[in-house]
Design a protein around this ligand. Sequence first.
Ligand code: HEC
Length: 98
Amino acid sequence: MKTLIQLCLIAVVLYGCAGGINPKDTAAVEAAFSKYEESDGKAIFKEKCARCHGYRLPETRTTEKWPKIIDRMAPKAKLTDDQKSAVLAFVTKHGKTS
Ligand code: HEC
C-alpha cells in the first residue's frame, strides 16, 4: 500500500514537471500556437509563460479558473498590469467553457 502511494506521488510530481508544451520543442510550440489569432496577449503568453513550466495552453483550463491562476502567475512572470490584462483576455477567450 505504501509503495502504491509513493508511486502515485512520483507520478504526480513527474506529471507536474512535464505538464504543458516544452518551449524547446519549437515545432510543437508553433503548431500549438498557430490556431490562435495574433494578439498582444498571445505574444506575451508565448514569451513569458513557459520559463518555469511548459506552456499550459488556454484550453487546458476553464475560463472560470484562469483569473485566479493569472493572479498567481502574473507576479511570477513579472507582468505589468497591461500585460496581465492582455494575457488574461487571451487565455479566457480560448479557455474551456465547462
Ligand atoms: C517564475 C516561474 C513561473 C512563471 C514565469 C510562470 N509560472 Fe505558472 N506556475 C509556476 C509554479 C511554481 C506553478 C505550480 C504552483 C502553483 O500552481 O502555484 C505554476 C502553475 C501554473 C499553472 C497550473 C495552476 C493550476 O491551478 O492549474 C498554470 C495554468 C500556470 N502556471 C500558468 C502560467 C501562465 C499563464 C504564466 C504566464 C503569465 C505562468 N504560469 C508563468 C511558476 C511559474
